[in-house]
Design a protein around this ligand. Structure first.
Ligand SMILES: [Zn+2]
Length: 115
């Protein structure tokens, strides 16, 4: 009896160590270049490819997929930054109130601290 029902079908095979976003270099060290596809299935589609040419062992990535990845990364970066900004705003508000309290307190005291 072999029950393998718990195995999730999510065995997405990643391309070697392809970086996210627009690639600058193939994993073989060769710089990437961009070109436009001329195939019937993907006419006019921009892609990045290893300088050694189109080969399964070398990098090949559609430019639109690169851009989607970049936008996804930037989105999460921005949402993190927005959280930081709202925290900073709260801190600034708190500090402004503190300064106001200090100012009104020192105004009330007058110049009695002078000696
Ligand atoms: Zn390569």
């Amino acid at each position: 009896m072999s029950s393998s029902s718990c195995v999730s079908g999510n065995s997405y095979r990643r391309r070697l160590n392809a970086e996210r976003g627009t690639p600058k270099q193939c994993w073989c060290g060769e710089p990437c270049y961009s070109s436009t596809s001329g195939t019937a299935t993907n006419p006019g589609r921009l892609y990045y490819c290893c300088g050694k040419g189109y080969n399964k062992r070398h990098l090949f990535k559609w430019a639109d997929e690169c851009l989607v990845e970049e936008v996804e990364d930037i989105k999460s970066l921005i949402s993190g930054m927005n959280k930081d900004i709202s925290e900073f705003r709260l801190n600034v508000d708190r500090l402004e109130k503190e300064i106001e309290v200090m100012n009104t307190a020192s105004e009330g005291k007058g110049e009695e601290c002078m000696s």
